[in-house]
Design a protein around this ligand. Structure first.
Ligand SMILES: [Zn+2]
Length: 413
């Protein structure tokens, strides 16, 4: 049976969202969490964008070292040769790319102002795929932006041509979250069976159906005989009303009535990392988890009304579909309420050693400690909030990559 894989797009769709963003160190930590969870691929940035270059190259080094492995790190480009060439000039070791171009008549008319047709879109896409292949890309995905408002015949043509050009799969972008689960299921089944290529679901939540469309679309792809890839973001962050939430997609594939046989649950996923991951992402983005957030909200396992509390106490199965322990929840959290030493951009060595000692980080000598402190100061210049335990440990463990990630130099004009 074909399989389902997760491609998380937090570090691309999530960070391009209006009024929210991440420092490059935080993007790196997101990749680390995704890798720990067993996610197949992270769309980790824009390799043709100058301020991403050091972050991307440092993360590729971490992949080479085996730290960011087995996760695949994939960069997003427009499906134009210029982007691909620049991506390889700036990030020569990038192995995986997704190339995106609009396919809907509406966008061809209103965005390209009638200057592009589906035929010229396809030509541009082929040139971009061929350029990526010539540069040595190991896998190429092709994104049909606004696929949900594109005719099925055009998508079949787009998919078949992309496959012939050497693409590994096609991303069906429900860019505006316009589809519904039944429609997307039928379309994906037809697309998968007629093109015989793997498809990716990329669903937004403008109508509140991003997760439902993702899992039903994936079902259509599987029934059409191909592997299905689902795009997610941590905590559902993303353009406008957001993308399909990573945890919601995973619990839907495990616990909803139509997926209970778990045949579509992605292999190798560890759900017990999600609690720490969701909290970190909330802190890094500066967006509190909503009280009713799936699985990780404060009320996800809370009961108060008489009938519910009584039922949950008698047996949790009365009012809980899955167990909080499975998500890594349940441990009490200790918070210092007295004297506290934090580290930041103006910290000195004594306070720094105090904090690092509590994290059980040891240095070979004073020079190594001073070097890491300097990096920690720079990290705080970037994040402008107290560094987390994981961030401090990352910097102490991978100082060379941390230095590169924290180096952002605007080009000379
Ligand atoms: Zn999107």
């Amino acid at each position: 049976m074909p399989e389902v894989y997760i491609i998380d797009v937090t570090n691309r769709d999530g960070v391009q969202t209006s009024r929210i963003g991440l420092a490059k160190l935080e993007k790196t930590l997101i990749n680390m969490y995704l890798n720990e969870m067993g996610v197949f691929q992270s769309e980790f940035g824009f390799p043709f964008t100058l301020h991403e270059t050091n972050y991307i190259n440092a993360n590729l080094e971490l992949a080479e070292k085996g730290t960011l492995a087995p996760i695949r790190l994939e960069g997003w480009c427009r499906a134009i040769q210029k982007d691909v060439d620049l991506a390889y000039k700036l990030c020569p070791k990038i192995k995986h790319l997704n190339l995106s171009i609009s396919t809907s008549p509406l966008m061809l008319e209103l965005k390209f102002q009638g200057k592009m047709t589906i035929e010229t879109v396809i030509k541009s896409m082929i040139k971009a795929v061929e350029a990526a292949k010539a540069h040595g890309a190991a896998s190429i995905g092709v994104n049909a932006e606004d696929a949900s408002r594109t005719g099925i015949e055009d998508l079949i043509k787009f998919g078949a041509v992309a496959k012939a050009a050497g693409a590994a799969r096609i991303r069906y972008c429900d860019t505006l979250g316009a589809d519904d689960p039944l429609t997307i299921y039928a379309r994906m089944k037809e697309l998968a069976s007629k093109t015989k290529i793997d498809w990716e679901m990329h669903c937004h939540n403008d109508l509140g159906m991003g997760v439902a469309c993702s899992v039903e679309g994936a079902r259509g792809i599987i029934e059409g005989g191909q592997d299905a890839y689902i795009n997610t973001t941590i905590n559902g962050v993303g353009e406008r009303a957001g993308n399909a939430d990573l945890l919601s997609v995973l619990v839907a594939l495990k616990y909803s009535s139509g997926f209970k046989d778990k045949k579509m649950f992605p292999k190798g996923i560890k759900l017990d990392k999600i609690w720490a991951f969701a909290k970190y992402a909330s802190y890094a983005f500066g967006i509190p988890l909503s009280v009713n957030q799936v699985g990780v909200g404060a009320n996800a396992f809370a009961h108060e009304s008489g009938i519910h509390a009584d039922g949950a106490l008698k047996n949790r199965k009365n009012y809980e579909l899955y167990e909080f322990e499975e998500l890594g929840r349940g441990e009490p959290e200790l918070v210092d309420t007295g004297r506290m030493i934090t580290v930041g951009e103006y910290s000195g060595i004594k306070g720094f050693m105090n904090v690092l000692g509590k994290l059980e980080v040891e240095f070979k000598n004073d020079k190594e400690a001073a070097d890491v402190l300097e990096l920690v100061r720079y990290a705080n210049v970037h994040t402008q909030k107290p560094l987390t335990r994981e961030e401090l440990i990352f910097i102490a463990k991978y100082p060379d990559q941390a230095r590169k990630i924290l180096t952002v130099i605007p080009p000379q004009t």
